[in-house]
Design a protein around this ligand. Structure first.
Ligand SMILES: NC(=O)c1ccc[n+]([C@@H]2O[C@H](COP(=O)([O-])OP(=O)(O)OC[C@H]3O[C@@H](n4cnc5c(N)ncnc54)[C@H](O)[C@@H]3O)[C@@H](O)[C@H]2O)c1
Length: 294
């Protein structure tokens, strides 16, 4: 059995390697500030909580939420498969009932790419929307985050906000309109994150955009949507839950992560394991062990 110091050393090595991973590197590490010179490792973690509403059938409330935002032109994003299924139908009915003016973009690519992001961004730019509703799995929600970000930052190049080393990892400085996410799968958790993942085809690499500014304002989590999930998508969602929980639980603890950020804004999204995320990770692992096979 390896000693504790040896395990910490191995985790540090993994962390250093992981930092070069284009999907997760520089997540919320924005700007080239000097690291803190007082402390070698971090001493704090932050739980920037997301807003979630959960309940069977709760999707029918989305029109009221959008109306309450005072939005005049709303963009609803989904993929072609979901466009004819109950989750999208319920969202559109709710928007009509609440007299919300909306346009639907149903061309989201499953496993998005820079090209499919670009198509959604063009649609968003042309529509001059002041709010967004994403109805779908991680592919739809992530595409909608990117469309919202670039439509509200029309002067930026696509790679400006993409994580380094592929992109520049620039901080998002302007305002980004509200996005409400209605997840139809149960594994990515994209409705709670400020991350949008895509395949960057010129380099055949999976990377992402990470900024608190693109995190959905609200996630409407309606378990009824999982009823139409194909079995393979359900199984893969389960693997997502398992992997997220394992990664979170076995990550280097936050107080052993280096360098210590010089300001709270530069504390990364992936901060290491901590007593609060441990509770959720353990619970998720219990849920997976009870229900995954079933
Ligand atoms: N942003 C994040 O924090 C985050 C985290 C993990 C993964 N991801 C990304 O999420 C993407 C995967 O998302 P996903 O696994 O949620 O699936 P998905 O969005 O890729 O959808 C997979 C398929 O399932 C279908 N589908 C989804 N919900 C359905 C439903 N209720 N009924 C019938 N069909 C349904 C879709 O139409 C699609 O064909 C990947 O690109 C991954 O990189 C993002």
């Amino acid at each position: 059995m390896a000693g504790r110091d040896r395990i910490v050393q191995l985790l540090r090595q993994l962390e250093r390697v992981a930092c070069r991973c284009p999907a997760h590197s520089n997540a919320f590490h924005q700007g080239a500030a000097e690291p803190c010179t007082v402390r070698k490792t971090d001493y704090a973690f932050e739980m920037a909580s997301s807003n979630i509403r959960y309940g069977p059938g709760v999707t029918r409330e989305v029109g009221m939420d959008v109306a309450a935002l005072g939005a005049r032109r709303v963009c609803v994003m989904t993929d072609q498969n979901l466009a004819s299924l109950a989750p999208v139908k319920t969202v559109l009915e709710s928007l009509v009932q609440n007299r919300v003016d909306f346009s639907v973009y149903d061309q989201v690519r499953v496993e998005p790419t820079d090209a499919s992001f670009a198509a959604a961004i063009s649609f968003a730019k042309a529509g001059l929307f002041d709010a967004y509703v994403a109805v779908g799995g991680g592919s739809v929600i992530d595409t909608c985050k990117a469309a919202n970000l670039y439509a509200s930052h029309p002067d930026n190049d696509f790679l400006d906000f993409v994580n380094a080393p592929i992109g520049k990892g620039l901080p998002v400085k302007g305002k980004v309109p509200p996005l409400i996410a209605v997840p139809t799968t149960a594994g990515t958790g994209s409705e709670t994150t400020g991350v949008a993942i895509f395949d960057y085809e010129p380099m055949r690499a999976k990377t992402g955009i990470a900024s608190r500014e693109i995190r959905p304002l609200l996630g409407i989590v309606d378990p009824l949507h999982t009823l139409s999930m194909p079995s393979r998508v359900a199984a893969n969602s389960g693997f997502d839950v398992l992997c997220h929980a394992l990664e979170s639980y076995t990550a280097l603890p936050y107080h052993q992560r280096a360098p210590c950020p010089p300001s709270p804004q530069l504390r990364p999204a992936y901060q290491g394991s901590n007593p609060i995320s441990d509770v959720w990770a353990e619970h998720a692992l219990r849920v997976v062990s009870k229900y995954f096979k079933r």
